[in-house]
Design a protein. Structure first.
Length: 113
């Protein structure tokens, strides 16, 4: 099972993780955002539902994904584009979209303002 960690990390933390990976250290799969606000802006509740449906399912056509989440194709297409632009989803060579993970671990700390 492949799990991706979605969380908040600074540029310095991301660079340190990259250096460890280049040195041969196993880092796992990460999708990082610079702020919690940006994470919530990119991964809205409806997009979380899409990721839940896509986890472990393999590549899907946007129309099939829309059927599975019970939403309009046009709005799902817009959400897919936003997730592709953020690097959360991938597009396959044959035009399908993929979330190549079986599970998602969310990791961030809320601090006092």
């Amino acid at each position: 099972m492949t799990t991706v960690t979605i969380g908040i990390s600074s540029v310095d933390e991301t660079k340190a993780r990259m250096r460890r990976a280049f040195d041969g250290g196993t880092q796992g799969a990460f999708i990082s955002f610079p702020s919690l606000d940006l994470l919530w802006k990119v991964i809205t509740p409806r997009r979380w539902e899409m990721l839940r449906v896509m986890a472990g399912s393999g590549p899907l056509a946007i129309r099939a994904l829309a059927r599975q989440v019970g939403r309009d194709v046009k709005t799902v297409h817009g959400d897919v584009q936003a997730l592709l632009n953020a690097g959360v989803l991938e597009r396959t060579e044959d035009g399908l979209v993929s979330f190549p993970y079986d599970a998602v671990h969310v990791d961030f700390v809320l601090k006092a303002a």
